[in-house]
Design a binder for this molecule. Structure first.
Ligand code: EPU
Length: 337
């Protein structure tokens, strides 16, 4: 376990916001986490748990303890001729895990290649990309209870996954820390390449293999999404809004080319399209900007603070409200400190 005082979080958030935490602690095992949760330091201070810091926006210094998991390990715990279940430590870098699966030809997570962050965040956020969500492959989640350090395991059904959503973000917010995730993957499965831009990209490859899908996804991401080490960002800043059939009909009447995805009886509309229609794509405001290749991504051009980003987000939300009557909801977790 490592403890740091008055710690700069600059390298722990992909937005590149320069804030400090009173304490930053990295633990290596469930036992160390339990010991921490029962310590006076954690009883006397507020606490926030981070992963790769790729979905966070810090507004102020954090007056408390930031925890970070270094629990590693990728272990096959079950296997048949067609399936394998891997138990993966929460501190494993997400894309290292995906790369490992692709090398082994285990199918299910190749569309989620290149997503920044760590495995522990995958079930909390139900990460998703290119037609696949983590909930399709997660079978179980191991956690520790924040109030008493007890270990517990939840099934996928108990996690109540939704679009970028789970019970860990709602009813159980702040109550559990994920320590390991079980993924059920296929051996010799057929990759899903139905998502529009992936279906196009994969045509450049001689065959649809897991390794080629990974390469195709990485190529699309590389074109559309800025590299956080070069331009601070947290991926999609907003969620794609889901509207009912009546509202969608009204939108389609006015803007016949509006892209959409059916979501049960509702319709999901790309927030990037709405933002672009409002004229924000590629626009700079001081030290922050809307990315020129994907309007859903807000970027720190260098030296911005959390409020600069929030002000830009508020202006965008106002434009989208005025033009389309839709309230965009940030996907990024905003931490006021
Ligand atoms: N579009 C525009 N202008 C833009 C951006 C998008 O018109 O500037 C329209 C295009 O019609 C495009 C459609 O929106 O066809 C969808 O765009 P894209 O495929 O880039 O996906 P997205 O809906 O904008 C979502 C996820 C991304 C994920 C991609 C690919 C959310 C909030 N975002 O974005 O996830 O990589 O799909 O599956 O659901 C993230 O969560 O941080 C993230 C990057």
């Amino acid at each position: 376990m490592k403890t740091f005082e008055n710690y700069s979080l600059l390298n722990n958030n992909t937005f590149g916001i320069d804030v400090q935490a009173n304490y930053f602690i990295e633990y290596d095992s469930v036992e160390e986490l339990q010991q921490l949760l029962r310590s006076d330091l954690l009883r006397e201070n507020k606490m926030f748990h981070i992963g790769g810091g790729s979905n966070l926006l810090f507004i102020n210094d954090y007056q408390g303890v930031i925890l970070h998991s270094k629990i590693g390990g990728v272990e096959a715990v079950e296997g048949t001729r067609t399936k394998v279940v891997l138990r993966v430590g929460a501190g494993v870098v997400w894309d290292d895990f995906v790369a490992y699966c692709c090398t082994k030809n285990y199918g299910g997570v190749e569309n989620l290649s290149g997503i920044p962050g760590e495995v522990g965040a995958a079930p909390v956020q139900n990460i998703g990309a290119y037609g696949v969500e983590a909930k399709e492959v997660i079978s179980k989640v191991e956690c520790v209870r924040v109030d008493n350090g007890e270990e517990c395991t939840f099934t996928a059904a108990q996690c109540r996954f939704g679009y970028r959503d789970s019970v860990f973000k709602r009813d159980w917010k702040g109550q559990y820390i994920v320590t390991a995730v079980y993924f059920q993957l296929t051996k010799n499965g057929v990759p899903n390449v139905n998502y529009g831009s992936l279906a196009e990209e994969i045509k450049k490859y001689p065959e649809v293999t897991i390794a080629n899908v990974r390469d195709a996804v990485l190529a699309i991401r590389h074109r559309k999404l800025p590299e956080p080490k070069v331009l601070g960002n947290a991926g999609s800043f907003f969620m794609n809004p889901v509207v009912d059939a009546g509202k969608f009909k009204e939108l389609q009447g006015k803007w016949p080319s509006i892209p959409f995805y059916e979501a049960g009886k509702q319709f999901k509309v790309p927030a990037g399209w709405l933002i672009e229609q409002c004229g924000w794509k590629g626009k700079s405001v001081g030290k922050v900007a809307v990315h020129g290749s994907q309007a859903l991504v807000l970027i720190n051009k260098g030296g911005a603070n959390g409020l600069d980003i929030i002000n830009l987000s508020d202006s965008i939300r106002q434009s989208v409200r005025d033009k389309f009557g839709i309230d965009l909801v940030p996907e990024v977790n905003i931490i006021f400190g």
